[in-house]
Write a protein that binds this ligand. Structure first.
Ligand SMILES: *Cc1c(COP(=O)(O)O)cnc(C)c1O
Length: 381
């Protein structure tokens, strides 16, 4: 019996789009070389500035998916031959390494094991062994494994070195109350279809004044210098993703009305509740230090995660499978864009899916564990 309203999406991108944002997306297009767009664009920039809690205007938006801004980071802040450390703990860490190599950086890969989080001391040692290191490329939230890398701790390591700390925060911005300036990050990359709850096609790139001094002219489309000049003035170098910018204004307003501390708190309750619920079903969480953005489940050998995923899909609940070397070994449930109560629907579907795969399930157990965490979390404020 398929749900007549269609499926619900619990994947780490794209995520469901709130009604307020969909209303904006349904409007007729406006032209971008108009005072109307300019005003909306400047307002959006103002809200983004509040989101990242910075006084400086050092950020640009690009019409691209998140990877575009990752590529922009590699091209705008590094020259050919520059030595960088890429933290590789999943598919997106691999992407940093591949991007660096494609543009002829000298990439030193720091393998941390899929599901593991990087040890800041290991990065510290590696920088000391490579004093000519110009950058450390890392994910905040490695969405392929669900692990969180402590980028704030990494910033202590890079702070007094020549290395820029370049953070793919595509599933962290809009979830964590990130303060890139205060934390000492140098480059932060975001993407629209993750915690900004928009369709794909817009990326964000924030940078520090240390990074600003390194700006190059190696890219044409992703040229940060040119874009920054234009964007500070309410324009863009090329046709912007007009509808997505207007929608971003709305989703930023939503996030800021709540306040990022509250948003992060909600995701923390969800994350802790999900962990407890999943474990109550006899399943394991893959990462040691889970990101608040998603729950990555590693079922025992005798349960096929793909069968669980397909079964849940039959119930109208779409979760994600594994990528790369974790394909067929895990499934991932995104929290992004979700309210606390949304997750009880996923857990119910998970219970039903396990039951139809022949596991003994006490219906309501996972949901009950989830609710117990919600109850204490909500009581604590
Ligand atoms: C989704 C994601 C990306 C890739 O973004 P695209 O929008 O698909 O280009 C990169 N890094 C992380 C951590 C992601 O979650």
């Amino acid at each position: 019996m398929k749900p007549f309203k269609g499926e619900r999406i619990f994947t780490p991108g794209p995520v469901e789009i709130p009604d307020r944002v969909r209303e904006v997306l349904g409007r007729q297009i406006i032209h971008h070389r108009t005072p109307e767009f300019r005003e909306a664009f400047l307002e959006t920039r103002e809200l983004f500035k509040q989101l990242v809690d910075c006084k400086e205007e050092n950020f640009v938006f690009f019409a691209s998916s998140g990877t575009g801004a990752m590529e922009a980071a590699v091209l705008n802040f590094f020259e050919e031959g520059d030595k960088v450390i890429a933290v590789v703990g999943g598919k997106f860490g691999e992407r940093w390494a591949e991007l660096g190599k494609r543009y002829k950086l000298n990439v030193v890969e720091l393998e941390v094991g899929w599901g593991k989080s990087v040890d800041p001391e290991a990065v510290d040692r590696l920088i000391k062994e490579n004093p000519d290191c110009k950058g450390v490329l890392v994910q905040a939230s490695e969405s392929s494994t669900g692990a969180y890398h402590d980028v704030k701790a990494l910033a202590h390591v890079t702070k007094d070195t020549d290395a820029l700390l370049v953070v793919d925060a595509i599933t962290a911005l809009g979830v964590y109350n990130m303060k890139p300036h205060e934390w000492g990050l140098d480059v932060v990359v975001g993407g629209s279809q993750k915690a900004f709850m928009l369709p794909p096609g817009l990326s964000m790139l924030w940078f520090s004044s240390k990074a600003k001094e390194r700006l190059t002219d190696r890219s044409y489309y992703f040229n940060v210098k040119e874009e920054l000049k234009k964007q500070k003035d309410g324009q863009t170098a090329f046709t912007p993703a007009i509808s997505l910018i207007l929608a971003l204004r709305e989703s930023l307003a939503m996030l800021l009305e709540d306040g990022m501390d509250k948003v992060e708190k909600r995701y923390r309750i969800i994350s802790e509740g999900m962990r407890k619920a999943v474990e109550a079903l006899g399943l394991r969480i893959l990462p040691e230090n889970p990101s608040l953005s998603l729950t990555t489940v590693l079922p025992p050998e005798d349960i096929d995660p793909e069968a669980i995923r397909k079964n849940m899909l039959g119930l109208g609940i779409r979760v994600a499978g594994g990528q790369g070397r974790l394909k067929g070994r895990i499934f991932r449930i995104s929290h992004m864009g979700m309210d606390i109560m949304d997750m009880s629907v996923v857990l119910s579907a998970l219970e039903l899916a396990m039951d139809s795969l022949g596991r003994r399930v006490e219906f309501g157990k996972a949901v009950g564990e989830y609710l117990s965490i919600v109850q204490t979390g909500v009581k604590d404020g």
